[in-house]
Ligand binder design. Structure first.
Ligand code: SAM
Length: 256
């Protein structure tokens, strides 16, 4: 495995928001999100409440050691497995496909992909502590600390697929320009497979941005899964996995 891990100095200190700021952030969120937030461990809450990049990095640094135990262990977090299965349905040859795990975190998606026979997976994430845990799992060809909104991070047309779980999220990545960037990194005919919470999707710029890419002929939505429970412990927070295929007559750069 090539490990292009930039173990730089810590990007931020601990989250510094006041109890009052936290309270006003909670009020701005949909009721279902507030209900789930009230049951989550503090580091998980902090990733949703982060309002700056420094706060987000600090939240993941604090959460990394217990992320797997909290998300899959205590909550039965279902999205990584569902996204990996969706990707398998839309990629012809798993063993040959070059796949980007966008926001790889501790490598949960990579573990599922590895079991399904994907052997050329690149994991990218902003958080060094999360990537350090992913590196112990032995399921990535390469791990790269980087910003998924940075267009220059990967060469155009270099990927067969992008899989993304939990990263198209408020305060993480939620703009159409980034989706366009990921399309540029894909070869024509490649797929983007993303798991997104329904409440986040509805309250974000993503539906319009995705529709625009479809109208511009840059990609086609090829599958949207049924809404499924985000965790067996909470009834009314759900997610779907959407898969889009990049137009085959697109230039590798993604422009028409
Ligand atoms: C909720 S975690 C999901 C991790 C993993 N995909 C999973 O399902 O367990 C979101 C991840 O996105 C990463 N992230 C957020 N914004 C990012 C960005 N702009 N570039 C790269 N990674 C980012 C965070 O560091 C974090 O590890």
């Amino acid at each position: 495995m090539r490990f292009s891990f930039i173990a730089g100095k810590r990007d931020a200190g601990r989250c510094g928001y006041s109890r009052q700021t936290f309270a006003s952030m909670r009020l701005a969120r949909p009721r279902t999100t507030r209900r789930l937030l009230s049951q989550l461990p503090a580091p998980w809450e902090a990733t949703y409440a982060a309002s700056t990049r420094a706060e987000l990095l600090a939240a993941y640094e604090a959460w990394a050691p217990t992320y797997d135990a909290d998300s899959v262990g205590s909550f039965g977090y279902a999205a990584p497995g569902a996204a990996a299965l969706a990707l398998e349905r839309h990629v012809a040859d798993a063993s040959a496909a070059v796949v980007l795990d966008a926001g790889a975190g501790t490598g949960q998606v990579g573990e599922h992909l590895s079991r399904l026979g994907f052997s050329h997976v690149l994991g990218v994430d902003l958080s060094a502590p999360m990537l350090r845990i992913a590196a112990t799992k032995g399921c990535y060809r390469e791990l790269l600390r980087g910003d998924l909104t940075d267009r220059t991070l990967l060469p155009p047309g270099s990927l067969d697929a992008v899989v993304c779980v939990g990263t198209l999220t408020p305060n993480h990545v939620e703009d159409g320009a980034t989706l366009h960037t990921w399309l540029e990194w894909l070869r024509p005919g490649g797929v983007i497979c993303a798991s997104i919470r329904d409440d986040f999707w509805e309250g974000s710029p993503l539906p319009n941005a995705c529709q625009r890419l479809q109208e511009e002929g840059l990609w086609t939505l090829v599958e949207e899964t049924e809404s499924a429970r985000y965790t067996p412990l909470v009834n009314d927070v759900a997610f779907r996995v959407r898969t889009w295929r990049k137009a085959v007559d697109c230039l590798a750069s993604g422009s028409t």
